[in-house]
Design a protein around this ligand. Structure first.
Ligand code: PLP
Length: 387
C-alpha cells in the first residue's frame, strides 16, 4: 500500500466535501425525526429538506417546486423516461444517443423488449452527436428524446438546448441525464427548454444514495415510485434527509466554486494532457476538446491494455479509470469508444483521468513523473508495439 492516494477518478464518484459532511451529520445523530411527523421533533426536519431544495434550485436556475429528490441518477433517469411514456400512450418511440450511460441505455433495451421502438443516434469519431440522424429520427411518434448533457467517459458536452427544440417541434418531451454536468458547468433551467433533468449527489461532493429529478412546471409527471405523499406525491418513500441536506450543501458549494471548476480544475486537466502529448509517443485524446467538461480527459496509449496501465498506476496510489467493460470479463472496449469507432489498438489503451477541486498541481506532477515509465514498461512487453 502506498501512503497517499491520488484520486483522479471523480467521474466515478467524488469525495464528500468537509462542509457537506458537517451539514449532514446532525440528521444522522440528533435530528433523526421523520419530516412527515406531526410532532415538532420530526416536523422541524422538513424545513431542512426545503432549504436543500432551494439550494439545489439555485444551482440549476430552477424553481424549488421543480425539484424531486430521488435515490440516485439512475432512478431519476428511469423516472423521467417511464413517466413520459406512460403519459403519452399513443406514442411508442423513444430517441436516445448511442453513448448514454447504462442508466438510460438499459432502459432502452427494456423498452425494446416491451415493444417500443428505440432509436440510438450515432456519434462521429470525436463522439459528437450526428444531428442529422437525430433530426430524422425524431417524429410525431416520438414520446421522449433523452440525450445526456455530458458524457461520463469522454466529458463531451452535447447541444441539449438545440435537441430540446427539435424534440418540441414534434411534441416530444426532452430529458437530459446531467449527472456529469451538474456542479461542473453552469446550468440555467430558467433559460432553457429542457423538460426534465437528472442529477446525482455523489458526483458533486455529496454522498452516494441521493439524487434529484428536475421536472419543468407544467410538464406532466407520473411517479416512478408509488407510495406515500412525500415530494408532493411525486416520489413515495421517507426522505433520505441527511443525503438531501448534503446535496443541498454540495449544490451551494458548487455554485460558489463554479469559477474554480472552469479555471483551476481545467488547468490541472490541461497540464496533464499537454505534458503527456509532448512526452509520450502514440497517444491520442478521445472526445471533442472544444465541447468538453473542464475536469475530464480520455487518453489512449496505443498498443497496450488500459487495465495494465491502471494496475501500475494503482501501485503508486493513482486512481483512474479505463474505457473497458472489464466487469464482463471480456476486456471489450466500452460502448462509448466503440460508438466512436476508435481503432482497436487505441480503444484498448484508453484511460480516463477526471479531476475535482480537491486535486493539486503536485498530484499532476506526480502522475507525470510516473506515467512515461509505466507506458514504456508495458510497451516493451507488448506484442503489438514496434518502436
Ligand atoms: N448517468 C451518468 C452520465 C453517470 O455518469 C452515472 C454514474 O456514473 C449515472 C447516470 C448513474 O448515477 P447513479 O450512480 O447516481 O445512479
Amino acid at each position: 500500500m502506498t501512503a497517499k492516494t491520488i484520486y483522479v477518478d471523480n467521474n466515478a464518484t467524488t469525495a464528500v466535501a468537509p462542509e457537506v459532511f458537517e451539514a449532514m451529520t446532525p440528521f444522522l445523530t440528533n435530528l433523526y425525526g421523520n419530516p412527515s411527523s406531526i410532532h415538532y421533533f420530526g416536523g422541524q426536519v422538513a424545513k431542512y429538506v426545503e432549504d436543500a431544495r432551494n439550494q439545489l434550485a439555485s444551482l440549476l436556475g430552477a424553481d424549488p417546486r421543480e425539484i424531486i429528490f430521488t435515490s440516485c441518477g439512475t432512478e431519476s433517469d428511469n423516472a423521467a423516461i417511464f413517466s413520459a411514456l406512460h403519459l403519452c400512450p399513443k406514442k411508442n418511440k423513444i430517441v436516445i444517443s448511442r453513448v448514454e450511460h447504462p442508466a438510460v441505455l438499459n432502459v432502452g433495451k427494456e423498452l425494446e423488449r416491451r415493444g417500443y421502438r428505440v432509436v440510438e443516434v450515432p456519434v462521429d469519431s470525436k463522439g459528437r452527436l450526428d444531428m442529422e440522424s437525430l433530426q430524422s429520427a425524431v417524429d410525431d411518434e416520438t414520446a421522449i428524446v433523452s440525450v445526456m448533457w455530458a458524457n461520463n467517459e469522454t466529458g463531451n458536452i452535447y447541444p441539449v438546448s438545440e435537441i430540446a427544440r427539435i424534440a418540441h417541434s414534434h411534441g416530444a418531451i426532452f430529458h437530459t441525464d446531467a449527472v456529469q454536468a451538474v456542479g461542473k458547468v453552469p446550468i440555467s433551467m430558467n433559460l432553457s427548454e429542457i423538460d426534465m433533468l437528472s442529477l446525482s449527489g455523489h458526483k458533486l461532493h455529496a454522498p452516494k444514495g441521493v439524487g434529484a429529478l428536475y421536472v419543468r412546471r407544467g410538464v406532466r409527471f407520473r411517479p416512478f415510485i408509488a407510495g406515500g405523499h412525500q415530494e408532493r406525491s411525486r416520489r413515495g418513500g421517507t426522505e433520505n434527509v441527511a443525503g438531501i441536506v448534503a446535496l443541498g450543501k454540495a449544490s451551494e458549494l458548487a455554485l460558489e466554486n463554479m469559477n474554480i471548476e472552469t479555471d483551476y480544475v481545467s488547468s490541472l486537466r490541461d497540464k496533464l494532457e499537454k505534458s503527456i502529448l509532448e512526452s509520450i509517443p502514440k497517444v491520442r485524446i478521445n472526445g471533442d476538446p472544444e465541447h468538453r467538461l473542464p475536469n475530464t480527459t480520455n487518453i489512449s496509449f496505443e498498443f497496450i491494455e488500459g487495465e495494465s496501465i491502471l494496475m501500475l498506476l494503482d501501485q503508486f496510489g493513482i486512481c483512474a479509470s479505463s474505457g473497458s467493460a472489464c466487469t464482463t470479463g471480456s476486456l471489450e472496449p466500452s460502448h462509448v469508444l466503440r460508438a466512436m469507432g476508435l481503432p482497436y489498438t487505441a480503444a484498448h489503451g484508453a484511460i480516463r483521468f477526471s479531476f475535482s477541486r480537491f486535486n493539486t498541481m503536485d498530484e499532476v506532477d506526480f502522475i507525470l513523473e510516473k506515467i512515461p515509465g509505466i507506458i514504456s514498461t508495458l510497451r516493451n512487453i507488448s506484442p503489438y508495439w514496434k518502436n
